[in-house]
Design a protein around this ligand. Sequence first.
Ligand SMILES: NC(=O)c1ccc[n+]([C@@H]2O[C@H](COP(=O)([O-])OP(=O)(O)OC[C@H]3O[C@@H](n4cnc5c(N)ncnc54)[C@H](O)[C@@H]3O)[C@@H](O)[C@H]2O)c1
Ligand SMILES: O=C(O)CC[C@@H](O)C(=O)O
Length: 475
Amino acid sequence: MPTAARDIPSPNGFHPGDLARTVSSSFGTLDLSTSPTATFHSPNNSFGGPPRTSAKQLKPFATSDIKVLLLENVNQTGQTILKGQGYQVEAHKSSLPEDQLIEKIRDAHVIGIRSKTKLTANVLKHAKNLIVVGCFCIGTNQVDLKFAAENGIAVFNSPFSNSRSVAELMIGEIICLARQIGDRSNEMHQGSWSKVSNGCWEVRGKTLGIVGYGHVGSQLSVLAEAMGMKVIYYDVVNLMGMGTAGQVPTLEALLNGADFVTLHVPELPETKDLIGEKQISQMRNGAYLLNASRGSVVDIPALIKALQAGKLGGAALDVYPNEPGANGPTFNAELNDFTEDLRKCKNILLTPHIGGSTEEAQSAIGVEVADALVKYVNYGTTIGAVNMPEVSLRNLTQDEPNHVRVVYIHKNVPGVLRKVNEVLGDHNVDKQMTDSRGEVAYLMADISNVNTSEIKNLYQNLEDLGSRIRTRVLY
Ligand SMILES: NC(=O)c1ccc[n+]([C@@H]2O[C@H](COP(=O)([O-])OP(=O)(O)OC[C@H]3O[C@@H](n4cnc5c(N)ncnc54)[C@H](O)[C@@H]3O)[C@@H](O)[C@H]2O)c1
Ligand SMILES: O=C(O)CC[C@@H](O)C(=O)O
């Protein structure tokens, strides 16, 4: 933990506290100070190699003034990293209802969420201090990414730290469905002995059809082949199969050819009800459907009909159109009107969105996302951001005491760089990188020989440009 923050010397009589109020719109009224004792727990060399000399901590604020709101039981590993920076961390076990979220998010500079917290434009427009969102999960469909980018809020996630956990759950469920384990176990819990082999199968030699052959789908492919399954997959992108897995050209071909169909696509307008009545009718009689992607991908009432009619042999669902924000007895008709019918179906495994819920996955995600948040807050690095251009510069070092790093998020329109460089041009620009993504561009520049007294003007001149979305000056 950092100890007391050290004020930046103010040789020209300009009080750092005054500057703090103007340096970054994102930090409101912070003291302008650094925390030299704050430790950054992993190497911060942006290009992966060892730092040339010891890296300089860049923090135009007392780290203890950074307010972090963590929802949905973010793993301790992540909390420890953020607290280790000296940030103020408020952690909640569940998500918050929208009105409470709006109240809490007003003050936060950083928010960490999982899949249940909806960061809509309506919520984000109240988040005047927010500079970054960490999704401690894979999916980012719960965040209005475009609105966030256009308001200078970067969003990070963990692209694959829980993929293996999801793939292993799928393997477990494929075997459980093939052997009707869910039903047998329920019967035994109710005191009933029912030793049957009718409709129970080995998985060896059966065909697994994977829809969405990304991080999860490809892991699953390897595990399934190791059990002697044949694997086919359908993806909108042409991808090389793992082992002997083969891509099929259409979803229909996959549905026609598979005994087990698993879904691993993102939530997108195109994947809404990807599997409905028509697609289920294209599946083999007695086949099984497993969904661990998002609840919107399967038309659940159509699935219920197919199970009731005996068209399908069983199903496993980990995700639902509406999911509760906290644990408790909430999986009922108020949440989704089909719930009671679903619960009555035979050979259906229902799990509460736990595909990625393992100790291994959650602790790895905690580290990965918290690291990305620290690098963004302290250094402006956007590597791994899902809604901003990816920009990074080699670290400033202790040998560069009068350097500042300028981060300028701006509208991607002609003529901006000329104007920005007019502002920066009074100094020596040591290095600069800029990139754009859609309507938003991100510029990072390290400039040398800047007196503390000049920083306010530098900041203000950038703020005054019409293209500005957000300015940060780090040193
Ligand atoms: N249940 C859980 O706990 C859990 C855990 C992790 C991920 N997920 C969900 O699973 C999804 C997939 O995860 P991933 O890490 O494999 O993602 P990924 O981005 O690595 O892979 C997704 C694949 O789907 C493909 N795709 C996109 N649209 C498609 C379409 N219309 N038809 C066919 N393929 C399409 C993409 O090309 C990509 O190859 C995530 O977006 C997330 O929503 C759920
Ligand atoms: O942990 C969660 O809430 C989400 C898990 C999973 O759906 C993901 O998107 O990574």
